[in-house]
Design a protein around this ligand. Sequence first.
Ligand code: SAH
Ligand code: SF4
Length: 415
Amino acid sequence: MSLATPAAAPRFDASAQPLSTDASAVRRSLVGLSREELADALGEIGVPERQRRMRVNQLWHWLYLRGATSFDAMTNMGKELRAALDDKFAIARPEIVSEQISVDGTRKWLMRFPAQGADRPGPTAGRPVDVETVYIPEEGRGTLCVSSQVGCTLNCTFCHTGTQKLVRNLTPGEIVSQILVARERIGDFPDLATPQGAIVPTEGRLVSNIVMMGMGEPLYNFENVRDALLIASDGEGLSLSKRRITLSTSGVVPGIFRTGEEIGCMLAISLHAVRDDLRDEIVPINRKWPIAELLDACRAYPGLSNARRITFEYVMLEGINDSLAEAKELVRLLKGIPAKINLIPFNPWPGSPYQCSDWDQIERFAEVVNRAGYASPIRTPRGRDIFAACGQLKSASERLKKREREAAPALAAEG
Ligand code: SAH
Ligand code: SF4
């Protein structure tokens, strides 16, 4: 059976209507700031130093545990302080340009973040950017697939995001905001009700897992991704366990050790080929860091053990990388590394140059891997009808042309 056939029509598509707009883009958002940065922000509006720690804890509680969207809601802070905060700062949420819900309950949001202001100058200051975030409900868990960049500098040949040039890195606030928006839209904050008809797990938290598998290469935006994930895993806020946060990389070797040391989350590697000549072609970063170097970095991953395995992702491309000889080679290559192997049926996108492997072939491939003692779940494609499945994400944002970039500060000031 070919998996390349699109599924039934989406249940709901609001892509034509903006669902919310963000009027507070000009004030600096507090979302995504570290505790130290929050303390500095409080200092800017005259909060005495001895009070700052307590105020930071209060802000943190409202921002991340309660999901407050206005300073007004922060009832354990005095009116004057709330007004002073509101005067200078915002609790920005991106504009939700569209929300699509798949027949299988997967949800995809297209979020628009404002232009980077004068306080955060960048090559694309002056133009808002769009990114996609996907929520995948399953029995007992809800996984949020978060983007780290607008577009990608890499161009893996099977990936839709790879056809969109890098526009810019997302800030920690923009990465964290994707989690806040998703929780808000599915009613995952204590004061919010789950929207009627939403498909969510029957028990446990609605967003229980985070995967950095949306648009972009997270290790090419290391500091911002790290800062965002440290907020996501902070025990007094979003409180997601680091074991339930997975960062996926195409193989940026120098970032792998740092991920273990500085974030401490789970690691997934987009392997996809067992020979350098093929991987050079389909995951071109391999020309810089070939398979042997990549696997050495995996062996040295801090905290690696049988209880904390690395996930190796392997996209099933018909006639390209799906032979049983390749399955055997995969097992041989990973020998000695505590690993899980995740077989991903290729998700097609308009103009994609591959076919997904035949289902029987995927099962035969999985059997070889299983027999060698590896768990090798075949990832069920989710949300294909709304282009929310792995590798299908892309937005229309473009990088400013050189001439536009030179004029960017002026544009930012207008914005
Ligand atoms: N840039 C990172 C994370 C984002 S991609 C990385 O490459 O790891 C998340 C996963 O989806 C990666 O394993 C990626 O290789 C895979 N993927 C990309 N395009 C795909 C497609 N069309 N079908 C199935 N999986 C795809
Ligand atoms: Fe970028 Fe990952 Fe897509 Fe490769 S697979 S182009 S690294 S997003």
